[in-house]
Structures are given as structure tokens and as C-alpha cells.
Design a protein around this ligand. Structure first.
Ligand code: TXA
Ligand code: MG
Length: 316
């Protein structure tokens, strides 16, 4: 039996076609998916997440051919798709006039962020629905992104019509987002594909987003545990839960290590689950703060540090 014939996929596809919400596993985090061509279905995403504003959502497609139904794909984008799709790279590209994607998906912008997820269940689902699926992370707004089906259930519960369990998300941080404008490629959000890998393909440094926020929902507190966070910790202090990295580790009942062997891919995959677990351990042990060891800024470290900074930002 192929995955496409799987009963859960058929049920999930029927829910999506009827305008419902399905939590789907992807290689980065679990997504809260709706038919991206259906305004009412997309509105339900914002409602379920409790999102204060309408941020533009990422649209998930099976691959380049399906992307071309909805957005214009210049040669440089084609090249990046060939290299990194399916995988954790989102490309912000001009919306096609007749592209049918709900305007709510792009919050009124004339561009759309598209990506092809590298996960059998997500691929089977998209192909079965045969429409683009809008999907932000499947958690309540401002809370830690879900990398397991249980996380989705804890955060969204009955607000979602179905949760497809595809096991732990192997990458663990959201996709890298780049905007393509002629020959200029701008990094809007660091993520599961390292900056250096993209630069190798395009042959020049990525531009950085200028002052005006190109990707709303990119600032302020996000991914936030209930405990306070202390970053770049050299050691665990009294009253702290600890998230170690490599040789910098804590001890006691509330100490975890993102990667004993200082492996950044392993640390990324563990990040959100360990933030949740550290938050839980802090609570049960009466600790107010989660201290986190320094994580180097190379490779996936850029995305990990970005998420840690947001988790540590003062809550509005
Ligand atoms: O890994 C991921 O990307 C996950 C999984 C589920 O695929 N999805 C995800 O989606 O993180 P979402 O909708 O939470 O990502 C939204 C981010 C926001 O920062 C948003 O501003 C940016 O993508 N974005 C989406 N469309 C955009 C556009 N047209 N222009 C600029 N930024 C855009
Ligand atoms: Mg999110």
C-alpha cells in the first residue's frame, strides 16, 4: 500500500477539501494546514492559532511544477528549488494574477512564500488534495513550535479537525525564508537550511532584510516558554533549569543537553521539544529561569540562536 492510499491521508484530504483544518507533520515542525485557495479555511487557521494579526502564511506545494500554478518562478528561484526542494527552504515570489491563492494567505502582499516539504505524509497529503496548503506552525500564537503530534494536541486540542502523526520532526526548526527579487536574494528568516549552503548555490552573500519588516511575525516574543530565559550561560546557577550544549552542561533534575557531541543538527532537532521539557521541569522543580549554554553562530546555529532570542524576548 502506498502512502497515498492510506486511509488517514484520504480522510485528511477530504477534511481539507471541505475547508477544515489538519495538523500535518513536516520535516521542520508540524504545520496547521488549510486549503490555501479557500478564504474561509485560511481564516480558521488564524482563529485556531489565536493570532493577533494576519501575518502572511507559508504555502506548501508538492514541488516546482505545482508552485508554478501560483507564483512566477524566475531562473534563480528555479535553481534554488532544484537544489533544496523538497526541503526546509521557503521562497518568497510574486503571486500570479490568476493564481487563486487566498489574499488572506499573503496578508494582502503581492508575493507568496512557497515551499515543498520533505516528509512522506505531507507530500502524500498535498498530492492527494492537489491544492496548495497554507500552514503555519501548529501551535497557539506565541508558544513553542510543535515537533511532535503530542505537542499539537496539547496546544490546539479540539481546534483542529485531525492530527496526522508522522513522528518527531527531524529538522526541528522552521524553514529558511528568502525573498527573490531579480538577482537579489534576501534572508528573511534563518532556518533549516544554513545560510552558507544557499550562498554556495547563488554564488554571492545573501542580503539582509532592511529596517522595514518584510516578514511580519518575525519580531518580538515568540516560541516563548513560561519560565524566564537566560542565554549564553557558562554555567547553571541556583534556581535554574539548564539547556546545555556540548561540554557546557548543568546537572540536577532540570538539566538537559541539546547535543552532547556539539552537533548543531541534533541541537536543532531537539530545540523545541527540550524547551518544552525544560519549561515543564522548571515548573515541577519550582525554578523560575531556564539558562541556555552558548550555541555557536555557524550553520544551523544561526536559526537556533534566532529562536532562542525570541524565546527570551520580553513578553508583550
Ligand atoms: O518550516 C516552516 O516554514 C513551517 C512548516 C509548517 O512548514 N511553517 C511556517 O509557516 O513557519 P509560517 O506561516 O509560520 O511562516 C510565516 C513566516 C512569517 O514570518 C511570514 O511573515 C513569512 O513566513 N512570510 C510568508 N509569506 C511571506 C511573504 N509573502 N513575504 C514575506 N514574508 C512572508
Ligand atoms: Mg510559528
Amino acid at each position: 500500500m502506498t502512502v497515498l492510499d492510506h486511509k488517514d491521508i484520504k480522510d485528511a484530504a477530504a477534511i481539507l477539501r471541505a475547508g477544515g483544518l489538519v495538523a500535518m507533520p513536516t520535516e521542520t515542525v508540524y504545520g496547521l494546514a488549510a486549503d490555501a485557495t479557500n478564504d474561509q479555511a485560511v481564516a480558521k487557521i488564524f482563529e485556531a492559532k489565536g493570532r493577533p494579526q494576519f501575518n502572511p502564511l507559508i504555502v506548501h506545494v508538492a514541488g516546482p511544477a505545482m508552485a508554478k500554478r501560483y507564483v512566477a518562478v524566475p531562473p534563480l528561484a528555479e535553481k534554488l528549488m532544484a537544489e533544496f526542494w523538497p526541503g526546509p527552504l521557503t521562497l518568497v515570489l510574486p503571486r500570479k494574477e490568476d493564481g487563486k491563492i487566498s489574499l488572506l494567505v499573503s496578508a494582502g502582499l503581492d508575493t507568496i512564500g512557497v515551499r515543498a516539504p520533505k516528509h512522506d505524509l505531507a507530500q502524500a497529503l498535498i498530492q492527494s488534495v492537489d491544492r496548495a496548503l497554507a500552514a503555519p506552525s501548529a501551535n497557539r500564537s506565541g508558544t513553542i513550535s510543535p515537533t511532535r503530534a503530542d505537542h499539537v494536541k496539547d496546544s490546539l486540542g479540539d481546534r483542529v479537525d485531525m492530527i496526522l502523526d508522522g513522528g518527531p520532526s527531524p529538522v526541528g526548526v522552521e524553514s529558511t525564508i528568502v525573498k527573490i527579487d531579480g538577482e537579489t536574494v534576501t534572508l528573511l528568516r534563518p532556518g533549516g537550511i544554513a545560510r552558507a549552503d544557499i550562498e554556495r548555490v547563488i554564488g554571492c552573500p545573501l542580503s539582509s532584510a532592511s529596517g522595514t519588516i518584510e516578514a511580519p511575525g518575525m519580531m518580538t516574543s515568540h516560541y516563548a516558554p513560561d519560565a524566564n530565559m537566560r542565554l549564553d550561560a557558562r554555567e547553571q546557577k541556583d534556581g535554574e533549569a539548564f539547556l546545555g550544549f556540548g561540554a557546557v552542561k548543568g546537572d540536577g533534575p532540570a538539566a538537559l543537553n541539546l547535543s552532547e557531541s556539539s552537533d548543531l543538527a541534533e541541537a536543532a532537532a531537539n530545540l523545541f521539544a527540550y524547551l518544552r521539557e525544560a519549561d515543564r521541569l522548571a515548573k515541577t522543580n519550582g525554578l523560575k529561569t531556564i539558562a541556555v549554554a552558548n550555541v555557536p553562530m555557524e550553520g544551523l546555529g544561526e536559526a537556533i540562536n534566532d529562536r532562542l532570542k525570541r524565546a527570551a524576548a520580553p513578553k508583550a
